[in-house]
Each structure stands twice: as C-alpha cells, then as structure tokens.
Design a protein around this ligand. Structure first.
Ligand code: CTP
Ligand code: MG
Length: 177
C-alpha cells in the first residue's frame, strides 16, 4: 500500500460510511423482531422463501434513514476537509443502494438454499457495497477510481468481518458473521 496514501484511504472510508452505517443499522436497532418481512413470506418458484425472515421493512427503512443522516453529517465536513466529497443526496443513494444490494444478496442466498442468518462469504460482505457504488456512479468522486474501488472491496471484507465479531461479542448478533 505504499502507493496508496493514508489520506486517500480515509477519504474513501468517509465517503462510503453511509453505506456501512445503513448496512449495520438494522442489527444495532434490532429491527429483526418485527413481523414485517419484505417478502411478505411469499415463496419463489423453487418453493423457498423469496428473501427470508432476515429482511424486514423496518430494517430496510432504518438502514436508509441512518445512512442518510450520516451523510448529512459527513457532508458538513467539507469546509474543514475540502477533499471530502459528499452530498446528502449521494448519501441517500448510497444507503438505498446498500439496502437494495443487501436484499438482492438474500435473494441469491435463498436460491442456493443457504438459510437466513447462515454465512455466504463475499456475498454477505460485498453485495451491498457493489450495489451502493453502482447507485452513485453518476456522482462518483474523482478519488473513487479503480484503485479506490479495489481498496474499498478489501477494506469492506475486513471491516465487515471484524464488526460482526464485535456485534456478536456485544450480544447484538447471535452469530459472529
Ligand atoms: N435486518 C432487518 N431488515 C433488513 C436487513 C437486516 O431486519 N432489511 C436485521 C435482521 O434482524 C437480520 C439482521 O438485521 O437478521 C442481520 O442482517 P443480515 O446479516 O443482512 O441478515 P441475515 O439474518 O443474515 O439474513 P440473510 O441470510 O438473508 O442475509
Ligand atoms: Mg447475515
């Protein structure tokens, strides 16, 4: 990482923060106890749940709201940190993309017969990130080039794994993934 200055890493992490917060918020706020699954318990043609019990409407909206609030805060950093490139509407798109990607990830997991809550390495970590970034491509900041993208892929796998172990230790998640 000699060619990748630390300021650039921080810049990328602050940019993607709304997506991380949107992804974590349903766990932190414990929305899973809700009886409002996104798929309304509908089954797909393979007779398995469309999305499963881990994806709820309150979780979906809590994620979007939390991520957008974080973007409202980080966008205020610009006067102090001119390299920061965030606008609340971009943060909203990052958060929306995160929740859509997370839902899509569950759809794929169910098709492969992976029960909700069971791990799917890389899909769990990256589905939300890829869709979040896809949703903001038209407003992509200069620093989010291929190298920046590669950094975020690696950083997200590492941070996602660490944060889930932490959430497990804190009693927020039953499983450490
Ligand atoms: N959650 C929610 N609504 C969402 C996303 C997440 O209520 N739209 C809550 C659920 O309690 C879920 C928990 O956050 O169990 C953890 O999210 P995640 O790991 O994404 O879901 P899993 O339960 O692992 O389900 P899946 O296998 O479908 O990813
Ligand atoms: Mg999970």
């Amino acid at each position: 990482m000699v060619f990748f200055p630390i300021e650039r890493m921080i810049q990328l992490l602050i940019f993607i923060l709304p997506a991380y917060v949107a992804n974590a918020a349903p766990v932190v706020f414990g929305t899973g106890a809700s009886k409002m699954p996104i798929d309304f318990r509908i089954k797909f043609i393979d007779r398995k749940r469309l999305l499963g019990g881990g994806k709820t409407w309150p979780g979906f909206f809590v994620g979007i709201l939390s991520g957008t609030i974080v973007a409202a805060i980080t966008s205020q950093l610009m006067p102090f940190y001119p390299a920061m490139d965030m606008h609340i509407s971009v943060g909203f798109m990052l958060s929306l993309g995160t929740m859509v990607g997370d839902t899509l990830g569950s759809f794929i997991k169910r098709r492969f017969d992976i029960k909700h809550g069971k791990p799917a390495f890389l899909l769990d970590q990256l589905a939300f990130l890829l869709v979040a970034i896809a949703f903001v491509l038209p407003w992509r900041p200069e620093f989010l080039d291929w190298a920046g993208f590669a950094f975020l892929l690696i950083a997200t796998v590492v941070l996602h794994s660490c944060s889930n172990v932490l959430a497990h230790r804190l009693g927020l998640k039953k499983v450490p993934w």
